[in-house]
Design a protein around this ligand. Structure first.
Ligand SMILES: Nc1ncnc2c1ncn2[C@@H]1O[C@H](COP(=O)(O)OP(=O)(O)O)[C@@H](O)[C@H]1O
Ligand SMILES: [Mg+2]
Length: 355
């Protein structure tokens, strides 16, 4: 049994992410040790935590068992070898682009449909109206709504070369005095829905870290609804200062809010919650702007905040105009209607809190 026999056996192992080339051809066989009765093969992986490590090591082990005489034991090890090739274009994802951002705030909710994006977009516009430099990153892989809500649907962000060789930076879109970036600018509607797991995580991080934000007072991140791995990884990798949690007043929402809060209080994350926003706190009919109908009771949000030990940052009414202006791409916080003023008050309280 020679080195050549072993290489021959290992040629059966193909790398599914590298055009199905075999691991010998790809130069991944780092070392072969042949001792009496035992063969040890070391595979070198260019990346830390290559998701295919386990798979390739297992396949190599199976190939050796198939081809070596049963009297010979075999072992396959994996090591990480330094990648000396230049970084792939546009994938240098450090925190450099966030260097001039003062406050990064996640806008989160335990579940979808509570008005998280509506609050995020209007909060961004309200902060900009108050004179702050604001950006918003729409990280909702499942349903990015910032393009529609800001009337920037179909826009294609420009790119320019970054400071490093081969690096490419994405330029945010500017409208209403806010810098907008959305995963929706890079995918057709629906196409975004197939992003899952690591792919979604990477796309999200890229959409935040590879953007030329420039100097900002606030960068808001419209987080995807829910509290899964994507969220934890996003909060860990983006230096978010803390979060604002959006909810509706129904008591059934409390459990979801608690999940959202715990995601930030989790020991691996451990970021402060700046407060709760109670959206759709009451209903005001378009024709009777002075009337308030507390469909789900008056104190739901305040009580929820008290129970969770966080502040109630703001209460936003349910009014037709908020939905209509969202659909029309002209956030209500830009105007002077009372429902827009609710967002200005919210922005004032957040700004006061963050200093
Ligand atoms: N306060 C409100 N008044 C009226 N409609 C609202 C209000 N908040 C949200 N909506 C509407 O509810 C729907 C869901 O809101 P959205 O912000 O997309 O929720 P999420 O981002 O939590 O999924 C949208 O059609 C939006 O226009
Ligand atoms: Mg949304």
């Amino acid at each position: 049994m020679t080195r050549e026999d072993i290489l021959q056996a290992l040629r059966e192992v193909r790398h599914p992410a590298r055009q199905d080339r075999d691991i010998v051809d790809l130069g991944m066989v780092h070392d072969i040790e042949i001792a009496a009765g035992k063969v040890t093969v070391t595979l070198g992986f260019p990346k830390r935590r290559d998701p295919l490590t386990e798979y390739l090591v297992g396949s190599a082990r199976a190939a050796l068992i198939r081809h070596l005489p049963s009297s010979v034991a075999s072992e396959v090890k994996a090591i990480v070898v330094e990648d000396d090739k230049p970084k792939k274009k546009g994938l240098a994802l450090g925190l450099e682009q966030l260097a001039e951002v003062r406050h990064i705030v996640g806008i989160a909710s335990g579940k979808g449909g509570v008005g998280k994006s509506t609050v995020a977009v209007n909060l961004a516009c309200a902060l900009a109206r108050m004179g702050y430099r604001v950006g918003l990153a729409d990280a909702d892989v499942y349903g990015p709504s910032v393009p529609v809500m800001t009337g920037t649907e179909g826009a294609v962000p420009a790119a320019e070369p970054g400071a490093e060789e081969g690096q490419e930076l994405i330029l945010p879109l500017e409208k209403y005095g806010v810098k907008w970036m959305s995963i929706g600018y890079f995918a057709n509607r629906g196409q975004a829905l197939i992003w899952r797991g690591p792919m979604a995580c990477n796309a999200l991080k890229q959409m935040i870290l590879q953007v030329k934000w420039g100097p900002l007072d606030y960068l808001l991140i419209d987080m995807p609804p829910g509290t899964g791995d994507i969220h934890i990884s996003l909060v860990q990798d983006i230096p978010m200062e803390g979060a604002v949690i959006v909810t509706t007043p129904q008591t059934v929402a409390l459990a979801d809010v608690e999940k959202g809060v715990n995601m930030f209080r989790n020991e691996n994350v451990n970021r402060p919650i700046f407060g709760l926003v109670e959206n759709m706190a009451w209903f005001t009919p378009e024709a009777h702007p002075d009337e308030k109908y507390y469909i789900f009771g008056q104190d739901g949000g305040a009580q929820m905040a008290r129970e969770l030990g966080i502040d109630l940052l703001g209460r936003i009414p349910l009014v037709q105009g908020i939905r209509e202006s969202g659909d029309a791409g002209e956030p209500v916080a830009l105007g002077s209607r009372p429902d827009g003023l609710a967002f200005l008050e919210l922005a004032g309280r957040l700004a006061e809190k963050l200093g």
